[in-house]
Design a protein around this ligand. Structure first.
Ligand code: ATP
Length: 228
């Protein structure tokens, strides 16, 4: 079976800085992988490459077995739709309510979709904010809404970039979702973060991105999480 996501000898140089240097990484069904990186090390670019929003300088990124740089825009969109993505900085539409953002992401207005949305809103403590415009949410609510939306299409691959940045950490909530919706379903998680404790809590494989190289870490090392 091919990997859900594979980086094969991927390099990327931006502004004279080598952000990725011959990176190899394969994420298979049921994998939970974290990449730890300091601010500016290239997490957001890694996410863009993973879902075909950017092309590598060299090497190949395969999403669900398809080389993204050779794929037609429609194919890239379809493959991206099989992923649940929460980008740093967020991408909720500010003039739509939380529920409308979820509806747009799930692409259906039937009752089953409605039940799934209600369940996720409840899981993420957003049931009181369902009708609130996204641009009126608190920072913490917005991050939780981003996470809830990332799960709404039952993604095969969940890609999260700093899921709690600027927000009071609710790692227990995310861990419960990952345990319920990712692990038993043969889905996979790629977490990009600076938070060592979160990486250890959610993932069984942990790397550090350092000067463009991925260096595997001991996933079992746990750091007391002062925020939870
Ligand atoms: N278009 C660009 N041209 C040149 N350099 C860029 C460009 N976009 C980003 N960079 C630089 O590339 C580096 C990595 O950017 P990236 O957004 O991936 O960082 P990050 O790891 O997500 O950091 P943070 O967690 O602070 O957002 C940064 O130093 C950034 O300034």
């Amino acid at each position: 079976m091919s990997a859900l996501l594979a980086f094969e000898g991927v390099s990327l140089v931006l502004g004279g800085t080598r952000l990725l240097d011959q990176v190899d990484l394969a994420i298979e069904a049921s994998d939970r992988v974290a990449i730890l990186a300091d601010s500016g090390a290239g997490k957001s670019w890694l996410l863009r490459l993973a879902i075909g929003l950017a092309r590598p300088g060299s090497g190949t990124v395969r999403l669900m077995g398809t080389a993204m740089e050779d794929a037609a825009p429609d194919t890239r969109r379809l493959l991206r739709a099989r992923c649940g993505v929460a980008m740093q900085g967020g991408s909720l539409l500010g003039d739509l309510s939380v529920e409308e953002n979820m509806r747009l992401a799930i692409g259906s207005s039937d009752r089953r979709a409605g039940r799934r949305i209600d369940r996720l809103l409840l899981d993420y403590g957003l049931e009181q904010s369902a009708a609130t415009r996204a641009d009126a949410l608190s920072i913490g609510e917005r991050r939780r809404a981003e996470l809830a939306r990332a799960f709404v299409r039952d993604p095969e691959l969940l890609v999260l970039d700093e899921p709690f940045e600027g927000a009071f950490a609710r790692a227990d909530m995310l861990e419960a979702q990952v345990r319920r919706r990712i692990v038993p379903q043969g889905r996979a998680l790629l977490l990009l973060t600076q938070d060592r404790a979160l990486a250890g809590q959610l993932c069984e494989r942990v790397y550090r991105l350092e000067r463009g190289r991925l260096i595997q870490q001991d996933a079992a090392v746990t750091v007391p999480d002062a925020t939870s």
